[in-house]
Each structure stands twice: as C-alpha cells, then as structure tokens.
Write a protein that binds this ligand. Structure first.
Ligand SMILES: [Zn+2]
Length: 198
C-alpha cells in the first residue's frame, strides 16, 4: 500500500525517494569509460544517492529501478538501436531475486521504446565484486557478447567506480560488431579529492 511506503533515502512515509531527498542529490561530474562512444552518469555516488542505490541493490527496493531507469532513459542518444545491461552474477541474482541493471534497462526500454536484449553473459563464475581480491576487482568481470553487427548499443549499469566492468562490456560488444557503444549509469564514484580527504 502507498501508505506503507517509506523513502529509501530518509525513511519518511510516502514516495520513495521523497522530494526532500531528491533535491539533495548531486549531479554527476564527468565520467569516461574506455572504448565507449559516450558515458553518462546521473549522479555522484555520495550521500543520499548511496543510500538509494544501496536500497535498490541490496534492500529489495525494486521500485527505485523504475525511477532511476526512466531518468537514465533520458540520457540515451536518439540514434541508439538497442539497450542492454551489465549482468550481475548468478548468485547475486538468486539472492536478490532480480538483476538490478536489467530492471534499469527494462524501465529505460519502456520509456524509449527501444528493444532491451540480454546481449552480455559473464564467462566466469566469480563471486560478487565485494568478495574479490583487489587484483580481481581491477580486472572486472569477464563478459562475452552475442553478435550485434552494425548496431548502436547502449549499456546500462548501476555504478561506475573504476569503470572496468563497463569497459569490459564495451569491449565485448565492439568485438561482436557493435557500431558504437554508449554507457549510461545511475552514478559515478567521484575521484578522491583533497577537500574530501582532509
Ligand atoms: Zn527521503
């Protein structure tokens, strides 16, 4: 019921995210993923954005996927032919009951009317990023793509930190013939700044 809903950012009863939280969200600074024609992030991964994404990924707040996904859809270039996403691990999908990036892609597809296709598969059975060594995380997941000859593809993901997951997705798609690959994410982790580390 609507009455039982609470903002995933602050816990206030009502819409999630509530207006009070939305106005505090910080627009993302520049972000670049290697090989991508363009990379777009909505928000910086700080403050309430972190809370919202955490609720979306780990707290079962699936409804946030629609909210984020529709905002991301507005960043998709008009010449794109197809939407896909960076798949999460099978284990995580089982644990959560959903693949968060797939939810984002579907919401984006509904708004843009573009086809949403599962093009990428993980070719490894790695545990989730948080359980991996620093070296493994630097390499990112091994991804393979279906054939996408002559198509302009946009890849959806949740957060870009080092950018290796997204870059691996871009490489896999280009390898299978994509004409261009764009990346759109909810948030980017801002680079460490002197003012923040003080
Ligand atoms: Zn709130």
């Amino acid at each position: 019921m609507w009455n039982d809903r609470r903002c995933a950012g602050c816990g206030t009863r009502g819409w999630s995210p509530c207006h009070g939280c939305v106005v505090t969200l910080l627009a993302a600074g520049p972000v670049d993923v290697e090989g991508a024609r363009k990379t777009e992030a909505l928000l910086d991964y700080v403050g309430v954005t972190r809370d919202l994404i955490h609720s979306f990924k780990y707290g079962g707040a699936r409804d946030l996927g629609r909210w984020f996904g529709e905002a991301m859809a507005r960043r998709v270039s008009s010449d794109v032919d197809m939407i896909t996403w960076v798949p999460t691990t099978a284990r995580r999908r089982r644990e959560r009951g959903y693949d968060q990036a797939q939810l984002l892609a579907r919401a984006g597809g509904r708004l843009t009317q573009l086809p949403v296709r599962r093009l990428l598969r993980r070719s490894d059975a790695d545990p989730p990023q948080t359980g991996r060594s620093a070296t493994e995380r630097l390499r990112g997941p091994r991804l393979v793509s279906s054939a996408v000859e002559g198509l302009r593809v946009v890849v959806i993901d949740d957060v870009v930190t080092t950018g290796t997951s997204a870059a691996n997705a871009v490489t896999a798609l280009l390898h299978r013939g994509a004409l261009s690959v764009d990346v759109v994410v909810i948030a980017r982790t801002p680079p460490p700044s002197r003012s923040r580390s003080r």
